[in-house]
Every structure is written in C-alpha cells, then in structure tokens.
Design a protein around this ligand. Structure first.
Ligand SMILES: [Zn+2]
Length: 692
C-alpha cells in the first residue's frame, strides 16, 4: 500500500525553477588565458543531474549526443553493416579497432580511402588501439607511436592511445608500473596526435589512489576524451561494486570538462549506474557477441533466445518476427540487442532531463544482486557525490528501497540539520512520527494543543532523517512519497539518523508523541508554554540551512516584514528595514536571493564564502545581468552546489550580481565553455566608484 503524500504546489512562485542547463548555442566562451595544454574542445554539457550529463561532442563527422552508445564494428566481419547502423539505428558514432584493421586485409584500403569510406559510415568513428587485445593475448606487436600514426592516417575522429591494461588482479607494484607506462605513453600520444582528437586512458586496477593519479595526469594532457580502461574483467564477472570504486576513483582525478568513456561496458544493465557516476560514452561489442551465442539482451539481464516463448520486447525485430525466427538468426538477434541498447541509452537521457536518474538506478539495481551491492556501495562515496548534487529537483522524491535514504540529497539534508540548524530555546523535544506531508499541516492540531502548555519544540522522526518542524517545507522533505508501512531496515536507519542529530541538538529530553497522554508527560517535564512565531522561525531556519550558520543574523537584521501569498498564507517575500532581501520559492521551499540580501551576506561572510569570483573583463557583463561563463571564473566557494544562490564578485570583492550556480567550484574552474552561473540580477557599481 502506497500513500501519496507529496505536497501540492500552487500559488506563489518566485525565481526560476532549480533546473539547470549549461552551455547552448551562442553561449560559448573561452578561458581568457590558456592554463594548460588542451586537446580540441569537443564537449559541451547541455543538461545535468548530479554527475550525469547530457552533452554534445563535436567531431569532423558531425555532432554526437551523449550519453552515447558506440556499437563495436569488426572491420573484417560486421554483423550489422555500418550503413545500417546509421540509417536504421540512427547511430551517430561507432567504434572499430585500429589494431585489427592495421593487421587485417583492409589495411591498405583504409589507408587509401580512410576509415569512413572503408566502413561506409557517414558519422563519427572512434578507433581503439589494441590495449584490449593485449589483455586477451598477453601482448601486441605494435607500438603506441605506430598506432597513433595509423589512426591519423585513416582519418579517425577520435583516436586512442595504446595504454597498458591493468588487470584487477595486479598488485600495487604492478599497477603502479602499469600507470607509469600509461602516463608516459599518453604524453607521447599527445605529442604525436597532430589535430586528431585523442582518447587518453585511465588504468590502475583496483587501486583508487593510482586510478585517481592516472586520471589526473592523463586528463591534464591534450586529450579530448578520457577513457576508463581495464574494467572488462569486472563487467564479465558482475563485480559491479568494484566497478563503482574504479569509476569514482577515476572521476575524482578526471578533468570534469572532458567526456568520459567506459571501455567495454556494452550491457544495458550497467548504463544507468555508469551514467549516474559520470560516464558519457559506452562501446558495445556485447550485441554481436551475445547474438553469436544465441542470447538476447534486455535492460534487466540476458536470456537465451531458444528458451523463450515470448520476448516481451517492443523493438521492431520482436514486433515483426516470431521468436523462433529470431532465435535461429544471428543478425536478427544482434539487431534486437542493438535496439535494446540504444533504447536503454535514450531512457537514461530521459531520466537525466527529468531529474529521476537515481530512481531509475535504484529500480534497475533489483535486476541482479551484484547491481544491488553496487547501489549499496554508493553511500560510501556520499562526500564526493554530494559535491555535484543539485540543491533540489522537480517533483517528488520517491522511496524505491531502503537504499533511498542514503542518496546524496538526503545525506546532505541530515548533515545540514546537524551542522546548520539551531533550534529555538526550549526545554524539551516533542518527537512526532512519520506521517503525511507537509508535516506542519499534518501535526498542526497536536502542536496547537501542546505548545501553549509545555516548553518544548517539535521534530519529525521521518524515514529519511529528523525534520525540524519549521524546515518541513524544504525539498525533498516537503515532497516525498514513502510506503505507509516501512521496512525494518529503513526504520532502523531512521533511528540511527535521529540519534545522531538528537545527540547534539541541545535538548534536555525528548518524548515521542503517542497520543493525548504524552501531553501530561510533557507538562510535567517542561512546565510553561511557547507561542512560536512560525513565520520567523521558518525564515530563520531556512536561511541558515541554505546559506550557513550566521546567515539569518546577517539577512534578517532590522525590522522584518513579509509579503504573504493570498492563496495559502505562506511567506513569499522577506523584507528587512524595507529592503527586499529574500523570496521563498514554493517549488522547493528554498530562498531566491535578492541584491539587498546579497549585500548583507557579502558583509557578513569573508571571501570566498558564497561567492563566484569572476575575471575583471567579465564584471561589466554581470553588472548588466548577463550570465557568468565558466571560462571567466577565477575562483569560487568550494561549498557551492549546482542550484545554489551565489554572489558574483570582482577580484576586489565588489558585488556585481546575484546568480544561481549551474556548476560546483571544480567544474567552474575546469570548463572553458558553458554557463557557470545564471545571473538573476545585475548590481550596478556604487555611485561613488568608477564604473568597471
Ligand atoms: Zn526486441
């Protein structure tokens, strides 16, 4: 039994929805000065959700939308022709193997006509180098320099260096040697690449520090795409938990402005998880390999065609052919597999745009216990994942399983409840159970009965962590859909979350509400009563929660008044000494910052707190209300998250604008194009100062 307890949003709206886009046509900008070598600028992010992103890669053979699947084409034996891949499957890019091509019968033709003409493919072609063959055969008889030269000669769009395949079994010393040689070869490939866009590889086996170091060094070179290699043995043995460790360690070191390829990940089961962790490209040989073996791919696993009576699949192959015909035909099997893979990538893109990729990953994790193990592993990396997590999303947050409570957005809410929330003075704590939301409305009758008679404050012991009653409107606590009868694991976790918070909350005691008898207990322990000013409590608590401790004192200094929604009586605008400092957004319960509020925060917090510091030549544009481009960001507060309200300042710390961040600091510093922050309001220079 499921209860829909989402809050219905209507009435007042302030600011724009916290849905972030960056980049886009006509919004390009370059770093004013080049700080490090860089390959061709090929990648632009158009939409994002955490580390996941929808982007485009520009190639000499057209634009590729990411996340993208690159079907692997065996140049000597294509099971589905490259022309068909383009025409019937709308593939914008494929991958073939330069090593196999260079050793095979088509070598001379490839050199003469180019790889596109050879394959008959009009889109982008990426080539691999032979590192995987070295994993299979132990060695390859070609050098890094030869492979780079060959790829240039055949006109590949994205050419790959010959890295050293780090097996998961390699011990530290061996893996250290692997990445040493891989980094050395990446530098060599960079010096030889000419104008070919280069794919640099990240190795390091299962050693997180080596992965991170390799990622940092390789992505700082002139590579256009970074590829995480050495993961096929993990994928083949369903070691998805190890895969999570490898991807996250690599992402920590990688330049976030470069697209990430996950080498050898071709099963639709892993796409949602890998994209969630920031992978943009996949190559699939699986569609052909499984077809050869009589097996069909599905988003939730693999099945043997000869054992099926129905495929339950809506692809054109399954619609037009009987399962008997499909099972007997390798090409039909491969085509079904391709349709399923492309559909899985499209679904991931939809989820990113919708902001529900986490839910998709949680649901898909039920397909295999190893995937579920990987999902449970994610909570170990919350500190890193939270850095890219938006401050809110559209719509409700759904409970999918006991893992939901450990999502980065909820981890952040609990951290902030501990670090940024200071309850109003009161003797004890009334603990309310998880019920319908918004909690303040559900529990209004109890609060109006208890508070006049007992000196206590109220908190809801929700499934996802304690919610002080005056913060119940903050996303996602305001809009959550949870089961009416929670599972034991979730209840136990809620107990732990509550104790962690209550230990430092400063109350003498806490009593769980069990009915009217609880009132007598509260009266005995905390005689007296309170008549809280709910509007003031709510505004103060939200300001601290959003901007940090001390923000309420800065923003709410002086005589405070409110503009209240006529529809629902809720605060819309907050004025301090007649100045409009904040607007409360109905959709996520957080504030939109106004220029007057920004001035107060700037005076109260030292640089770089809450700030995006832009280059001097960008200042006039922000004063004029134009967006901040990543290429012009000098530095920023490391605590800024996508969707945060930020102060845009000059290097001298003059306030130029109020904006909504589209990136975190790491991204702002790495990206050379795209919007770093969307300006809400430009701030003119003080009348006395010269305009700059
Ligand atoms: Zn099908």
């Amino acid at each position: 039994m499921w209860t829909k307890v989402s809050r219905i949003i209507r009435g007042a709206r302030a600011g724009s929805p916290p849905h972030i886009r960056s980049g886009g046509r006509g919004e390009r900008a370059r770093k004013p000065k080049s700080e490090r070598p860089h390959g061709p600028h090929v990648f632009e992010v158009r939409d994002r959700d955490g580390l996941a992103r929808i982007g485009t890669i520009e190639t000499r053979h057209g634009r590729v939308t990411t996340p993208a699947l690159l079907p692997v084409v065996n140049p000597n034996r294509p099971i589905v022709s490259p022309a068909d891949l383009a025409k019937r499957f709308h593939a914008e890019i494929l991958i073939t193997n330069a090593y196999i091509l260079g050793k095979g019968p088509s070598r001379d033709r490839a050199l003469r006509e180019g790889v596109h003409a050879l394959l008959g493919f009009p889109g982008a072609v990426m080539t691999d180098s032979g590192a995987f063959q070295s994993h299979v055969y132990g060695d390859v008889d070609v050098t890094n320099a030869e492979v780079i030269e060959f790829q240039k000669s055949i006109g590949t769009d994205l050419g790959t260096m010959l890295d050293v395949f780090s097996e998961p079994s390699h011990d530290r010393d061996r893996a250290f040697a692997d990445i040493d040689e891989t980094i050395h070869r990446a530098k060599e490939a960079d010096s030889l690449r000419g104008d070919m866009a280069l794919v640099g590889a990240v190795q390091g086996g299962l050693h997180p520090d080596l992965r991170e170091r390799c990622a940092r060094e390789v992505s700082s070179l002139g590579v256009s795409v970074c590829a995480i290699g050495g993961v096929v043995p993990l994928l083949e043995s369903y070691r998805f938990r190890d895969l999570v460790g490898v991807i996250i360690a690599s992402k920590k070191g990688l330049d976030p402005s470069k697209p990430v390829h996950l080498f050898g990940a071709g099963h639709p089961m892993v796409f949602p998880l890998a994209v969630l962790l920031g992978c943009d490209l996949f190559d699939s040989a699986s569609y052909a390999k499984y077809a050869r073996d009589g097996r069909m791919l599905f988003p939730e696993g693999t099945r043997r065609a000869s054992e099926l009576r129905e495929t339950g699949c809506a692809c054109p192959i399954c619609t037009e052919h009987s399962i008997g015909d499909i099972a007997a035909n390798e090409t039909l099997l491969a085509e079904h597999n391709l349709h399923v893979c492309f559909a899985a990538v499209r679904e991931v893109r939809r989820a990113i745009a919708q902001g529900d990729l986490w839910e998709l990953v949680e649901r898909r994790a039920r397909a295999h216990p190893s995937l579920l193990g990987a999902l449970r592993e994610l909570r170990q990396h919350n500190a890193f994942l939270e850095e890219s997590e938006p401050i809110s999303r559209r719509g409700a947050l759904y409970y999918v399983g006991p893992e939901t409570a450990h999502r980065p957005i909820l981890h952040r809410f609990r951290r902030r409840a501990i670090e940024r929330y200071r309850p109003p003075p009161s003797k004890g704590l009334l603990v309310l159970p998880e019920r319908g939301r918004p909690f303040s409305e559900t529990f209004a009758p109890i609060l109006s009965q208890v508070l006049p008679q007992a000196n206590v404050h109220a908190v809801v012991k929700s499934l996802w962590g304690p919610v002080p009653i005056e913060l119940d409107h903050v996303w996602p606590m305001s809009q959550s859909i949870v089961p009416e009868r929670p599972d034991i694991e979730s209840l136990e976790a809620a107990e732990v979350f509550f104790r962690e918070w209550a230990a430092g909350a400063g109350f003498d005691f806490g009593v769980l509400w069990e009915g009217p008898s609880t009132l007598e207990d509260l009266q005995a322990r905390a005689p007296g009563g309170r008549v809280p000013d709910w509007k003031a409590l709510r505004v103060r608590a939200t300001a601290e929660f959003q901007f940090g401790l001390g923000a309420a004192d800065a923003l709410l200094r002086g005589l405070i008044s409110y503009v209240v929604s006529k529809n629902n009586g809720k605060v819309r605008n907050v004025l301090a000494d007649g100045e409009h400092v904040l607007s409360l957004r109905a959709e996520d319960g957080l504030f939109t910052l106004k220029a007057a509020g920004a001035r107060r925060l700037r005076a109260a917090f030292p640089s770089p707190r809450l700030r995006v510091i832009v280059e001097p030549d960008s200042v006039p544009f922000q004063r004029d209300g134009k967006n901040v481009f990543a290429g012009f960001v000098r530095d920023a507060d490391p605590e800024i998250r996508p969707g945060d309200e930020v102060l845009v300042v000059s290097p001298e710390d003059d306030l130029c604008a109020v904006a909504q961040a589209a990136m975190n600091r790491r991204e702002m510093r790495a990206f050379k194009r795209g919007v770093a922050a969307r300006v809400r309001e430009g701030v003119p220079p003080p009348a006395s100062a010269p305009r700059r």
